[in-house]
Design a protein around this ligand. Sequence first.
Ligand code: UT7
Length: 331
Amino acid sequence: MTPASSTPRHSRITGTGSYLPPRRLTNDDMAAMLAERGVQTNDAWIVERTGIRARHFAADGVPCSDLALQAARAALESAGRAAADLDLIIVATSTPDMVFPSTACILQAKLGAAGGAAFDLQAVCSGFVYALAVADSMIRAGTARCALVVGAEIFSRILDFDDRTTCVLFGDGAGAVVLEASERPGILATELHADGRQAGILCVPGTVAGGKVTGDPLLKMDGQAVFKLAVGVLDSAARAVLAKAGRSEADLDWLIPHQANIRIMQGTARKLKLPLDKLIVTVDEHGNTSAASVPLALDAAVKTGRVKPGDTVMLEGVGGGFTWGAVLLDF
Ligand code: UT7
């Protein structure tokens, strides 16, 4: 690790990347797949209630670290960095390759790097925002200089395809950023919160014990309870992070919230009095990719030329735990 420097130190995103597995399922594909199990759904319901039109599913046997690897390579390339430059890797995931070692360590080896710190961070759909805030803190503290922060998920493996209220919502993918020490602030302020009393409204209650899975290893969600909490906490986190940075809603060029439901995202933008064309939306094409959703959306916004150097961007996460948070940054 690099010793702390006396120079004022900030962190800044210097590269972004993302990866979606090739298998794309439209809502009609999902409806046909579920119909074979006697489960009824349709494109109109999914679009109207969520804004989702398609999602990507990883092929059988592909581990989460492979998705992370593709996104990481793209982020390193866009930052002009090599894996050997990294002294910190954080992977936000709820669908790791194995119980241990961490997906971050597996990713480090696949990148051909060694020696820097590497660990996973588990905050479900808030995972990337949490991981970015942790990496920012470590860079500002002088314990890292060049970090790779990844959100990567294979939620298709933990979905109950007999439960139409959840299985149509989620998808697989990975997004990554390179975050580097900088004289100039990139990340302006962060806000992280949790309320563990709400653990039961969104969970995968199973675990591994005595050589087998015990409990239910599939995702359970009380959608309406999550919806109501999400709307409130996304608004409070947005206001808190703006206040902390001494900025206002009017300073925002882009809002990139967790991509779970278009109604929640548009509601958050409206409460902030933000025109809807400042809202980055990828939930239509990706579904809810949990910890991967925010970096996937950020990379899509960068690649399409919407988010540009100097833009002020707010990232927001919300999900299981219950967890939520926001990161305000100058890109
Ligand atoms: O990633 C963490 C963050 N997660 C979220 O943000 C999710 C938050 N919650 C939601 O996005 C919404 O609550 C859902 C999209 C999950 C559900 O939307 P809703 O408007 O709350 O629908 P609902 O649960 O009230 O269900 C309405 C109806 C029900 O039928 P009845 O009881 O009114 O006859 C459901 O059975 O819609 C039915 N339904 C479906 N119909 C067709 C539920 N799922 C489906 C489906 N296809 N896939």
